[in-house]
Design a protein around this ligand. Structure first.
Ligand code: MG
Length: 631
């Protein structure tokens, strides 16, 4: 599998980019004239530097507005092309990408354009150079690969072939199905880029909001299946332009890019086994069934007691001590919550970094070891720490904000971790069970720039779907939110990206130095039962203003008595085509962490995003109250 990335997709100096690209695992780069202009040495030295990093130059960019020009302009276009050929000779690279002309002076006659390329290809051939011609969606005449292929065919020279680009084929809506009829050996390069489905000018979308395959909404697998059917075996090259990337860390962008290519090629290979591109053998993306546990770290006795008191009020029972560590287990329904108060090891270092917070999430998968292998192949960092006698070595990787993800399966002893590693305990005054059954979702907070990275992280490891981004209006600024939902079970993760530290999510992020889990949502099958049991145990829910319920009456055709019941228990409501959603919240504690209790009715798919604004306003009010002097 030949992989490549355009240097223009990364920030940094030329050499910083090369180092990041080589380290991430790519074979080649698309080099730009700007790379040479900004480079201190000669073009020949630039080419050597690329090869010193073990990279090939897949192609040279960029050359535009060549074809269909009249008179003197045509002669000038050929002169420009010859200068590019000279430069390519210095760089020692042989493929020039030519984008279809956007010039207002370009003539649209197909025979004339083909004749220009026939002549260019003849001159290229004399210098062992090849031309890849690409139809750009915003070009003057040749706006897609169908027309570009017509030109290539008519130009009739082995030195000219087609350049394909997924963005132009998919966002330009030019029927990617037509790719299958092109011979694979006439396709000289395949560029890949994804994009969100935003209704905007395609050129602007491509330049500012491009995304790695899997980060956006385009059907890249469909595009690649078409490419596969041609027998194409050349490089897959990322050409992605995004303001966040060109201001971001080149190492992160390169790692994400490589992960996105490998994940895409792997998915295509599974549905097109005859794919001519050789793809490394990998375990398939894991089936994630449910959250097995959530672990809090807290070395502060008082704070650990606060979590314990909160869990008690929510109906959790303390059921066990770890056989060798200062770790306690709380349980209700299928929910396991672990509190770790160790003064060494990973949990302690997480406490030093973030204070009392969620430091570890356990996910039950079909095969824990295969999941670890898949994650590592996708560039995730595995995690190990010494295990004591009779303890299990549970496969783990680093996740968002340096937190941990552990994988549990039913194939091995891993599913028996609670019996093996914990000594059962009973307590004298157990709380009333509140009917909480399972963890429904976990909400992670991050800087907006990181959302695309973590989207790719989860979607390349687990079989899951991602929702489009929605904007949650915090009174202090926008928070972008997206849900990752496992295809086979109850694992849902919402990613919330804050653009500013003034939002409630952004404040949480700043106060916790990147602590990722801001809330854990627990599901019940009877929200009113759970609310009343929890109230009986001393739980205080987040108070929702009365106006919310007046508005609810106006928005939904709901029974007045039902609204009164919701109001008395601070329960919020939402509905979609499939069903209903009821939710209430704990008061925020520590630096803004909170629990959510919810009930899904029917096949409601969302997370109550419509209510987020009310929730955030209530939390902010509550924070102000708790920060008042207490004398
Ligand atoms: Mg939620």
């Amino acid at each position: 599998m030949k992989t490549s990335i355009a240097t223009a997709s990364l920030a940094g100096t030329f050499e910083e980019k090369l180092a990041a690209i080589a380290k991430a695992g790519f074979n080649g780069i698309e080099i730009f004239e700007q790379d040479i202009i900004g480079f201190e040495g000669s073009p020949r030295e630039a080419g050597k530097l690329v090869r010193d990093y073990g990279l090939d130059i897949t192609l040279f960019q960029s050359f535009h507005n060549f074809e269909g020009l009249p008179g003197a302009q045509r002669a000038h276009a050929f002169d420009r092309a010859m200068r590019k050929f000279d430069l390519m000779g210095e760089l020692q690279t042989d493929l020039l990408l030519v984008g279809s002309s956007v010039s207002g002076d370009a003539l649209g006659d197909m025979d004339r354009i083909a004749a220009d390329f026939h002549e260019l290809a003849q001159r290229a051939q004399q210098r062992s150079i090849r031309i890849a011609y690409m139809g750009l969606a915003w070009a003057r005449h040749v706006t897609d690969h169908i027309r570009a292929w017509e030109i290539v065919r008519k130009a009739d020279n082995p030195a000219i072939g087609l350049g394909l680009n997924s963005f132009h084929a998919l966002a330009g809506k030019s029927a990617p199905f037509s790719i299958g009829s092109i011979p694979g050996n006439r396709i000289f390069v395949v560029q890949l880029a994804d994009a969100p489905s935003i209704d905007m000018d395609l050129r602007y979308l491509s330049r500012h909001f491009g995304a790695m395959p899997g980060q956006g909404d385009l059907d890249l697998v469909q595009f690649m299946r078409q490419v596969a059917s041609t027998g194409y075996s050349g490089p897959l090259s990322l050409y992605v332009s995004n303001d966040k990337f060109t201001s971001g860390n080149p190492k992160t962008i390169a790692v994400d890019g490589y992960r996105s290519l490998l994940n895409l090629a792997d998915q295509v290979k599974r549905v097109e086994p005859a794919l001519a591109i050789s793809v490394p053998e990998l375990p398939d993306r894991a089936k994630a069934y449910n959250f097995e546990f959530v672990e809090f770290t807290s070395n502060d006795k008082n704070e650990a007691r606060i979590i314990g008191t909160m869990l008690h009020a929510m109906g959790f029972r303390f059921v066990g001590h770890h056989i060798s560590k200062a770790v306690g287990l709380w349980r209700q329904g299928d929910i396991n919550i672990v509190i770790n108060t160790e003064s060494e090891g990973y949990a302690y270092s997480a406490y030093i970094m973030h204070g009392t917070s969620v430091c570890d999430i356990g996910i039950r998968v079909d095969d824990a070891l295969a999941t670890l292998h898949r994650a590592r192949a996708m560039g995730a960092r595995s995690f190990h720490q010494p295990v004591g006698a009779n303890e299990l070595n549970i496969p783990a990787i680093r996740g968002v904000g340096g937190s941990l993800l552990h994988f549990i399966d039913a194939k091995s002893d891993l599913a028996r971790v609670w019996e093996i590693e914990f000594t059962p305990q009973t307590t004298d005054n157990p709380p009333e069970d509140a009917g909480l059954l399972r963890i429904d979702h976990i909400a992670q907070t991050m800087n907006y720039e990181e959302m695309l990275s973590w989207t790719l992280f989860y979607t390349s490891i687990f079989q899951c779907t991602k929702s489009s981004m929605v904007d949650v209006a915090d009174p202090a600024g926008l928070v972008h939110s997206r849900a990752i939902s496992a295809a086979h079970g109850d694992v849902r993760i919402t990613l919330n990206g804050s653009e500013t530290h003034r939002t409630f999510a952004g404040q949480f992020l700043a106060d916790n130095f990147g602590a990722p889990v801001q809330h854990v949502a627990l599901a019940t099958d009877d929200i009113f039962y759970s609310a009343s049991r929890m109230a009986g145990n001393g739980f205080e829910s987040l108070e929702i203003p009365a106006n919310y319920y007046d508005d609810l009456r106006a928005r939904f055709d709901l029974d007045a008595a039902l609204i009164e019941r919701m109001k008395s228990a601070n329960i919020l409501y939402d509905r979609d085509d499939g069903g209903e959603y009821f939710q209430f919240y704990s008061q925020p504690f520590f630096s803004g962490f909170f629990f959510e209790i919810l009930q899904r009715k029917g096949s409601y798919k969302g997370f109550g995003a419509r209510n987020a604004r009310i929730r955030i306003a209530a939390q902010k009010k509550n924070q102000k109250l708790t920060s008042l002097p207490r004398n």
